[in-house]
Design a protein around this ligand. Structure first.
Ligand SMILES: [Cu+2]
Length: 91
């Protein structure tokens, strides 16, 4: 019985799990770029955490549980910051 409850709890919580978005950014070359992009994403309601990898030119975004950030929104944020999206991957 206990195992059954635990299983259904895990199933239910996986429905609203946070997502991980991996964005390759063109034109991000220095730590000022990285900071600007980090700030833009941190300001989003749906965003839990943002990590910018300057060496490999990508941004890793974790959304909050039950919140989503579409490819269109990600692209808009990046271009408003003055950069271009090369690729968006999700987990
Ligand atoms: Cu820069």
């Amino acid at each position: 019985m206990k195992a059954l409850i635990l299983t259904s709890f895990l199933f239910l919580s996986s429905q609203s799990i946070a997502s991980e978005i991996h964005v390759k950014v063109k034109g991000m070359v220095c730590s000022m770029c990285a900071q600007g992009i980090q700030k833009k994403f941190t300001a989003q309601k749906a965003v839990e955490s943002v990590k910018v990898n300057l060496d490999e030119k990508f941004v890793l975004i974790h959304t909050k549980k039950g919140e989503e950030l579409s490819d269109e929104e990600v692209t808009k944020i990046i271009s408003e910051a003055g950069y271009n999206v090369a690729e968006i991957k999700r987990k």
